[in-house]
Design a protein around this ligand. Sequence first.
Ligand code: ADP
Ligand code: MG
Length: 346
Amino acid sequence: MESNEKKLTPISQLGEFGLIKRIAAGFRHRQPSTLLGIGDDAAIIATDGSYKLWSMDLLVENIHFDLVYTPLRHLGYKSVIVNLSDICAMNGHPQQIMMGLALSSRFTVEAIDEFYAGVEQACRHYAVDLVGGDTTSSQQGIFISVSVLGEVAKGGAVGRGGARVGDLICTTGDLGGAYMWLQILEREKSVYADVPDLKPELEQYAHILARLLKPEARQDIITLFESMEAVPTAMMDISDGLSSELFHICEASGCGAIIYEDQLPLHSETRSTAAEFSIAPAICALNGGEDYELLFTISEKEYEKIDGLKDITIIGEITKAASGIKIETDSGQQFDLKAQGWNALQ
Ligand code: ADP
Ligand code: MG
């Protein structure tokens, strides 16, 4: 007799990105104002004047953060930042957010006050308004969903698909710090569980600690682009690690890339902590997520504008698709890069 049972597929077989592609394939746009939907850092919606950018992120306790070593005020701040970062990654400016919370009974009013003190700090710092949300209960833990609306001049949005052969590949700030701090936390979690006030003996890690606990959205870079009249050809924020994001840009743009190990921007604390863990520093930048810096490509004609800027590093260039996505090591050897970005469903 034939079995009625349908063969069911574990989500891990598709992975996070495969699942999103499958969802996207089932929908088509019906609104002429929907200029860009699923697949970039934010959707683009046409309005009479400028374009609106719209994005959301969901943060889940014990998947994205551990309250043992994440003060609630920092969590509130970071929940906003990760969303603002997506708007910056489209070359836009964030304006409004909505915030949904699901809370288990273990959270007190005072705890939520702390969380929202962080949210307010981020709103103040970036001149963004909290304009709504939703509150409900959860059986376990806290779920934080933030949706952000931003704006960009008509035609000024920068997606992932515009990189062209010969373009320079650039990153902002320094990479891999958040990842190294996470390694320390994982190693010493039991110690921190007893001493929630992380203080003196951690001073040598002040920079990488801040990278994980208090990241910033690089709105300053978007303002800098405007003042220089420079427009990147492709851009995204580095939430999952440089390697994974570079793959996204190359896939969307139909090109290859070469980056140089000795050009990767690494803070001295990231280097020394990597040495402590016997990890090659480049691995922190390539595979470590949560830096919320920007990865962008820009025409080589703009070289003069960006060369020597403190917060921008040229790390490589865009090549033909057939050349693949490569890294040249300090010793001059070239290797294929792997998209080992963080993948929530694997
Ligand atoms: P990011 O790293 O910037 O948060 P994601 O990888 O989460 O980006 O999402 C990639 C694209 O897929 C975005 O356009 C996002 O809006 C879309 N997306 C993610 N999850 C879903 C979902 N469950 N349904 C529809 N679209 C989704
Ligand atoms: Mg997302």
